[in-house]
Design a protein around this ligand. Sequence first.
Ligand SMILES: [Zn+2]
Length: 188
Amino acid sequence: MCPIYGLSDETWNHVYMCPNEDMVCVRMSEINKMKTILELLKTIPELKSHFEEVLRQWYQGNILVQVKKTNSLYFEMLQIAHEDKIKIGFDPFVKGFLSKEWAEAQNDYYRKEIKDPVFNIDRWEKAIVTVLIDYRTKMWKERCSILLAEKNLTEESRYREFLQQFQPNLRRDSTKKLHVMDRFLFKK
Ligand SMILES: [Zn+2]
């Protein structure tokens, strides 16, 4: 069971999709980062919105069934890639594997439309894969810091209860004898 959400098994996919509100914040910030990177790298507009839609659906536990029909030259390529993905699922993509057809379409777009050597397919692939892999690491780190914060809170309150048993005796003496940290806890 997910130790911070509690209603789902804690599989790797769950860590990606965890509905805990802090986890959702990390997810939203990573999706925005992905959008910015796709924009900066002059991604085919239809491919950019396609990625966003695939991820949005996947994080909600769904699979995008169809590519949005457009007049784009790349529509057919996107559709072929999509049919392929439907068969194997989008888990590999979310974990950082890009479809060959996506890279081919993007490469074509760079050569025909952008015509600037600064934009090349290797850089494009590397940047997208990096965001996808970073997402996994960030979600895991967030999960662990939520758990650690909860554990510290519980320990602190247990220790406070423990100290309170001795309160009458301590009042008779002086709280000044207490360690500074314990005095702090008493006041809480
Ligand atoms: Zn969870």
